[in-house]
Design a protein around this ligand. Structure first.
Ligand SMILES: Nc1ccn([C@@H]2O[C@H](COP(=O)(O)OP(=O)(O)OP(=O)(O)O)[C@@H](O)[C@H]2O)c(=O)n1
Ligand SMILES: C[C@](O)(CO)[C@H](O)COP(=O)(O)O
Length: 415
């Protein structure tokens, strides 16, 4: 199967998954092993000292929980993500995550995981499940690769790290040293054959706690393999951990800029959609979609910065489903691609080139609309307009052109 060789397992994250037909076919093959990522995010974060549950604290420009959800969503081996949340967290979770399956959790982590597993069972089950702490925001695709590979031969697998410090009992005074040569630090995600971990959790006594799922699996006789963990996966637990997490993002972030350009013809009898708003005018822009040339330019700039092709790659004009489509959908898609690649949109500079209509009266409304679609403050959107001094097709009012430059930051720690 050349498609599989062309897109090795987990090789390119979201870009590989969305870039073209070959990869999409590869993904379709993989769904024969339906894999669900469960992110447990129902804790209160007491030790973190955060006023709100730590998983909603901003980290690298978005809520902590959004990072690992995006990492799962971007991985071609993960088909679905569900997030387990606290009873009073729905609003915060929706604001952070948008349209993701949310499941109410329990009082302890174990109960929250059980609730997540039951939700998977109720939705038709799965072959494999990856159970992950929202409090470990930076989830490398390579760790997911290793875990899924280990599940080919084991019922469970966990990422582990070596212990670097001397370990000893300690209360009032230092006690005996604990030999560390055979100890490991256990991280998440923890990967399991779904039916096995589901049964193990159901059989675990309700009055007994376990700090992770591998313990519950082992108690049920599941052999749990070890794979190499990652420093990126350290848990955010105490107040100082937030600064350490921000430092990880800063250390691996770099800025990308890309431009987008588009032209559409002005014709009588069409609505004029420009910059995401409907403008009264004697002509409108003609195209396969609503032909909003300004949103197309911004969309292409974002796709370029994400290295994810162009608007035609994602929304081919040959595809009837995009006939008359609102260009806001294209822009939201580009936004989600950037976010899924652990990127942050820093700034958009859009220039609309036309003789008429005058853009000035609509500039604020366009800015607000684009900021809303990108979930950014308006201060990160610049809209400029110019004429071409009555020269060329824009000068003759035959069409409108737009160009945009997107500046994004991408933290390249996800591999
Ligand atoms: N009832 C609970 C408790 C914890 N968790 C989740 O389990 C993960 C690991 O737990 P921990 O770091 O201990 O988070 P908290 O329980 O929120 O923190 P603390 O113990 O400091 O209150 C976190 O993503 C947390 O949201 C959960 O889903 N449901
Ligand atoms: C699940 C876990 O993250 C694995 O290391 C850990 O056991 C969670 O412990 P916590 O005390 O609930 O933070």
């Amino acid at each position: 199967m050349p498609e599989i060789q062309a897109a090795p397992y987990g090789s390119h994250g979201i870009f590989a998954r969305l870039a073209g037909g070959e990869v999409l076919r590869y993904r379709a093959l993989m769904t024969s092993k339906r894999t669900v990522g469960i992110v447990v995010a129902a804790g209160t974060g007491t030790r973190s000292g955060s006023a709100t549950p730590k998983q909603y604290a901003p980290l690298g420009g978005r809520a902590m929980v959004a990072h690992s959800v995006a990492a799962f969503a971007a991985h071609p081996g993960v088909d679905t993500v569900i997030v387990v949340i606290g009873g009073d967290q729905e609003e915060a979770a929706r604001a952070a995550l948008g349209d993701v399956t949310l499941v109410p959790g329990g009082v302890t982590r174990r109960e929250s995981v059980l609730a997540g597993l039951e939700a998977v069972a109720a939705s038709g089950g799965a072959q494999r499940v990856l159970i992950h702490d929202a409090a470990r925001p930076f989830l490398p695709a390579a760790v997911i690769d290793s875990l899924l590979a280990a599940l080919e031969t084991h019922g469970g697998a966990v990422p582990v790290m070596p212990v670097a410090d001397t370990l000893a009992f300690g209360a009032d005074h230092l006690g005996d040293v604990v030999p560390r040569d055979r100890l490991v630090r256990v991280q998440t995600p923890q990967a399991f054959v779904f039916s096995d971990i589901m049964a193990a959790h159901r059989n675990w006594p309700a009055d007994r706690e376990a700090t992770d799922d591998a313990q519950i699996a082992r108690a049920a006789g599941i052999v749990v393999a070890l794979v190499e963990g990652s420093l990126m996966l350290e848990k955010v637990t105490y107040p100082d951990d937030f600064a350490a997490a921000e430092a990880k993002i800063a250390a691996s972030s770099h800025v990308r800029t890309a431009m987008g350009f588009d032209v559409h013809r002005l014709v009588a009898g069409e609505e004029l959609w420009l910059g995401g708003i409907l403008i009264p005018h004697d002509k409108g822009l003609s195209g396969h979609s609503d032909a909003d040339v300004a949103l197309h330019a911004v969309t292409d700039a974002l796709l370029g910065a994400a290295g994810a092709g162009d608007i035609g790659t994602h929304f081919p004009p040959s595809d009837a489903q995009w006939r008359g489509a609102p260009s806001s959908r294209f822009l939201e898609h580009a936004r989600d691609l950037v976010l899924a690649a652990c990127g942050r949109i820093d700034f958009i500079d859009l220039t609309i080139i036309c003789e008429a209509p005058k853009v000035g009266p609509y500039r604020d409304a366009m800015r607000a609309r684009i900021a809303g679609l990108l979930r950014l403050p308006e201060s990160r959107i610049s809209i400029k307009a110019t004429t071409t001094e009555r020269l060329g097709f824009t000068g003759r009012k035959e069409g409108i052109a737009a160009q945009a430059i997107a500046t994004i930051s991408i933290a390249e720690f996800t591999r």
